[in-house]
Design a protein around this ligand. Structure first.
Ligand code: C6P
Length: 415
């Protein structure tokens, strides 16, 4: 390795952290230790600046005006789409549809592709670790169309039970909906393997990438994803913006799911024709500033290097896991061999909400609850977990602060 390469391979989390103004504030008089990144990440100065610049210099509606501002706003908006393409390994950016986030992206597929393609007795295969946003839309379609939902079971380590997919994915399977990384457990699923099984039956594969995009380098073709959904706010971008990747031939064949301006070619009271993809799925004025911020966030993340970020976060997760297990009465929920970003745990005798409240008083922000994955909680026979989740700016001293505060919680509850 050249000297330059060695230098580049040293990941400087403190330098990354310095780019996030919010991480310098205090909470309850203590320095903020932000470990709720799976819920939403903080924003680097470059993203804040991009939003400021957009509203200070460019703001106008897109794809509508011949005037200069509208053209510049359109360019900035479309730059965001290209950036999503770069993140997901997609060259043809007609295949990237902007949405409000992962939830809306999955609902788009369910309401458009699902309503048009699923019928009586058709099977939708989901995993037992899906977020509610990859369960409920499919239940709505299944109820309307008489389709059936089948579930890939998870084992006690929080991974899909080996061999289960071969039994469950069959000739009636029309859709496989699978999370790339579980938000409640951290499990990284073998998406390609599952996609191959689904494709062998002629099924379509939708991947929920909400928790993978911040932690894993993604190539939708290598994964075998026909649809891939992401949320901007989990990858250092604003809230209210996300994207759906869909294979062009699928998107082209799908009916629109929302009507309005932008998504039409021509309208009369007798007949309306639709715009080509992706506009067909982007009715109304979009979240232009959000798309601009998303473009800036993706540039920032790719510049940092997803492999370097992943290696840093893997090391933090390993360190946190080791430290958590050294505390009395702590049990990790989700011990699959391949994990990313998330340490979910329970503590004997302490409700996760009490843990979260105690940690907050120490300035440590984690999430507690069912994480919108109630079937996972049911599987483990628990109401909730406490969850620490990691981002590019976290350091070992964040983990140390978590462990120190948790040690005090355990002392209080052990009394
Ligand atoms: N999980 C968490 O704290 P939206 O809300 O549309 O940006 O993302 C929904 C979503 C879908 N799939 C997975 C795997 C997710 O983790 C999330 C969001 C947050 O875990 C909020 S519940």
């Amino acid at each position: 390795m050249s000297e330059l390469a060695v230098e580049k391979s040293v990941y400087d989390a403190d330098a990354v952290r310095a780019q996030f103004p919010i991480l310098h504030r205090e909470v309850h008089g203590k320095p903020l230790v932000y470990l709720d990144n799976a819920a939403s990440t903080q924003k680097p100065q470059v993203v804040i600046d991009a939003l400021d610049d957009y509203y200070s210099r460019l703001n106008a509606n897109v794809h509508r005006g011949v005037h200069r501002l509208s053209q510049e706003a359109t360019d900035a908006y479309e730059y965001g789409r290209k950036a999503v393409g770069r993140l997901l390994g997609v060259d043809d950016d007609r295949q990237i549809v902007f949405t409000r986030g992962t939830t809306e992206a999955i609902n788009l597929v369910a309401m458009s592709w699902g309503m048009a393609n699923l019928g009586e007795g058709d099977e939708i295969v989901l995993s037992g670790m899906e977020h509610h946003s990859n369960i409920v839309p499919w239940q709505l379609v299944a109820q309307a169309k008489g389709a059936v939902i089948k579930v890939l079971p998870i084992g006690d380590d929080g991974a899909i039970v080996p061999g289960a997919a071969e039994d469950i994915i069959g000739p009636r399977t029309k859709l496989l909906g699978i999370t790339h990384v579980s938000n409640a457990l951290g499990t990284i699923n073998p998406v390609r393997e599952l996609a191959d099984l689904a494709h062998a039956q002629g099924a379509v594969v939708l991947v929920d990438g909400a928790q993978a995009a911040p932690h894993v380098a993604i190539d939708v073709d290598a994964l075998g994803a026909d649809f891939y959904a992401i949320s901007g706010h989990k990858i250092y971008a604003p809230t209210g913006i996300g994207a759906l990747y869909g294979k062009a031939e699928l998107l082209e064949a799908m009916p629109p799911w929302q009507g309005g301006g932008e998504m039409i070619r021509s309208v009369s009271f007798e007949k309306t024709t639709y715009a080509p993809i992706p506009a067909k799925f982007e009715a109304g004025t979009p979240h232009i500033a959000g798309a601009v911020g998303l473009g800036a966030a993706i540039d920032w993340l790719l510049d940092l290097g997803l492999d370097a970020v992943a290696a840093h976060e893997d090391a933090l997760l390993a360190y946190a896991t080791e430290q958590l297990l050294a505390l009395p009465g702590v049990r990790i929920i989700g011990t699959a061999p391949h994990k990313a970003g998330v340490a979910s745990f329970v503590v004997d005798g302490a409700h996760p909400h009490d843990i979260g409240t105690f940690l907050d008083m120490a300035g440590v922000a984690i999430r507690t609850g069912h994480h919108c994955a109630q079937p996972v909680m049911t599987h483990f026979g628990i109401p909730a977990t406490a969850r620490a989740s990691f981002a590019a700016y976290n350091t070992r001293s964040d983990v140390d602060a978590l462990i120190k505060a948790l040690g005090r919680v355990i002392e209080v509850f052990a009394r």
